[in-house]
Design a protein. Structure first.
Length: 123
């Protein structure tokens, strides 16, 4: 029997999502879907490989059935931790949620406080 080491219950929810990450001096955005989600992480379906440990920002459209009202989005920041090829040009990514909050869609992702970046020797 395989041990389940997850810290929280994972819900099988396929939800529309936007994922943003920095690539050099550019910010890239991709439309995608979740496969499942919990309070500490999510599994994303993407069509391109990304570097594990990449920092991401995300917006996940929440369904009305959760009782949070229409036009509600889970905004947050996290990190890609694992990837696996799924076939059909799709790659599954496990992501850790580091910070998130539920907001009306009128608010922007830029309003989510940023995690301070570590200084490098060149700074």
């Amino acid at each position: 029997m395989k041990n389940n080491r997850r810290r929280s219950t994972r819900f099988s929810l396929e939800l529309p999502a936007l994922v943003h990450w920095e690539e050099g001096s550019d910010t890239r955005t991709v439309e995608t879907r979740t496969k499942d989600i919990s309070s500490t992480g999510m599994y994303l379906l993407l069509e391109k490989q990304y570097r594990p440990d990449s920092c991401i920002q995300f917006e996940v459209q929440l369904p009305n059935s959760l009782g949070v009202g229409s036009g509600t989005v889970l905004f947050g920041r996290g990190r890609l931790i694992r990837q696996e090829p799924l076939g059909n040009q799709q790659i599954g990514f496990a992501a850790v949620i580091e910070r998130c909050e539920i907001r009306p869609t009128a608010q922007k992702l830029a309003d989510v406080p940023r995690r301070p970046r570590a200084k490098t020797a060149a700074q």
